[in-house]
Design a protein around this ligand. Structure first.
Ligand SMILES: [Zn+2]
Length: 198
């Protein structure tokens, strides 16, 4: 049926879903259409119209400045730089960090053609240059691209006379932030080490 194929095709393009699980989801929606489909449509509409990126840190938000940046009880002197919102979620889940974030939106990659101007690097420099920041934690993933990005960032910000640190990874090379358990993440953040002065 064309209607079922159309929706399955869209769903199968979502992360970690293949064609078979997509079909099962469509079947589930059809069987529960009374209470699921209208809710589904209205949630998708809410996301489409209300969710945007924070003007300061590029976290997801439904207002100009996200509730982390707007929270006066958080430490505005520390910025933790992450690749994507999933990394921010992982750190927030661990409840081990009380500073602000900066979401780059990816990593530098020669192979995929991602250049510095494709990431939110300029806005990070602006935040640092505007003053008040005492420490930048570079929490990119321990992948080759993550490390390349980290080196580039250090080069760009080291002359600002602020502390630049990195979480101590208790994880294998290539491990990604979002897959760390909370204990490992808390330990890695607490034991962060200085990237410039050793
Ligand atoms: Zn924000």
């Amino acid at each position: 049926l064309q209607e079922i194929d159309n929706l399955s095709n869209i769903i199968s393009r979502l992360p970690s879903l293949g064609p078979r699980s997509a079909k099962r989801i469509v079947l589930h929606l059809i069987k529960n259409r009374e209470y699921l489909i209208d809710n589904f449509i209205s949630c998708l509409n809410d996301i489409k119209h209300n969710i945007r990126y924070c003007d300061s840190c590029h976290n997801l938000s439904n207002i100009e400045i996200c509730n982390i940046c707007a929270n006066a009880r958080r430490d505005h002197k520390i910025i933790c730089v992450v690749e994507d919102v999933t990394d921010l979620w992982a750190i927030e889940r661990s409840k081990s960090y009380n500073g602000l974030y900066h979401v780059l939106g990816g990593t530098l990659s020669a192979i995929s053609g991602v250049a510095p101007e494709d990431l939110k690097i300029n806005s990070l420099i602006k935040r640092i240059a505007s003053g008040g920041v005492e420490e930048i934690i570079i929490a990119t993933n321990a992948t080759i691209e993550g490390k390349t990005t980290s080196h580039y960032l250090v080069d760009q910000i080291k002359h600002y006379n602020i502390k630049i640190s990195q979480p101590a990874y208790g994880i294998p090379i290539g491990g990604e932030f979002d897959y760390l358990d909370d204990g490992t993440l808390i330990a890695a953040l607490n034991a962060r080490h200085d990237l410039v002065n050793g």
